[in-house]
Design a protein around this ligand. Sequence first.
Ligand code: FEH
Ligand code: ZN
Length: 352
Amino acid sequence: MKAARLHEYHKPLVLEDIPVPDIQPDEILVKVKACGMCRSDVQLVDGYFYRYADTPRPIIPGHEITGVVHAIGSFVPKASGFAEGDHVVVSPGWGDGTCRHCQMGNTHICANVRWPGFGPYGGFSEYLPVPARYLIKVGKSLKFEELAPLTDAGLTPYRGIKKLRDAGALGPDRVLGILGVGGLGAYAVQYAKLLGSGAQVVALARNADKLAVATEYGADHVISIKGKSSGDVAKELKKATGQGELDAVIDCAGAPEMMQLGFSLLSISGHYVDVGLVGDSIDIPLFPRVSREQTFHGSFWGNYNDLAEVMALAAAGKIRHTLKTIRFEEINEYLDRLRTGEIVGRAVVTFD
Ligand code: FEH
Ligand code: ZN
């Protein structure tokens, strides 16, 4: 099968032909039809995760995976309902099933988690073996190129917005800020309107094209932060919403300067959820966080049930996409474009 493999960090993926993998009795062999390209793939190539886990190479990146059931392991229960030809999406975090987090359904944060696209198999290849319990069957009318990004770019902000909602940070008298309108932020705007309990939704970004996407996807206000101080942004925020602070923030970038801006705008008892990983540390003033009793939430990817909910929204036609479909042979070119922030929306590798 065709596979784009990472042999050395900081080097292009090698596009090669390797054997189709065997499956374990509890696994299903998925024929990949589409795989989204995530900034985390670029970070993987650039060695960002090396300090946290030195995964043996070669690695096949690609973790936003959808495809077709190609073969079913002998231990996969009939009750699972899977049949060859079914259209499926791959739920991301494959936990060991034994820890407290797995038992609560949060397998994606299991200490022994396996992530597709960060090991021997991933979505930048024609086939991959998936434990059947991490596959979700979807309707055949849904487009593969739209399903793929929903397993990460469209899943990660969904879980983040749920955390703000469940923390009581959203409501008709609140202002919710979306920081960054890239691959994740374009979905965050939509979930902010769907799950925001009537909160005013304000998108903040540097790129005018991405702010245009936010407006198209229902943001009540958009603010360009390019070349502006936090005081300038606060003034525009007050003019647009009636208040100069954000009651809730979902940060889809996680870049240092974006976090400093976001926290400078956060209200008393405000909630800040970060789903972005552009930066690698947090450097913000401490006293305002404590004296204003603000809450920071780390929110990572999503679990099986979060993804099932996203699939239900997709089936109901509630989610819009900004996509660029690319061929397997273009993977390295688009990883470079993603690295420089050139892509509006999500690049999706498609397979025949
Ligand atoms: C996935 C795996 C590892 C690190 C970061 C990610 C994100 O893309 C999840 O949204
Ligand atoms: Zn990702």
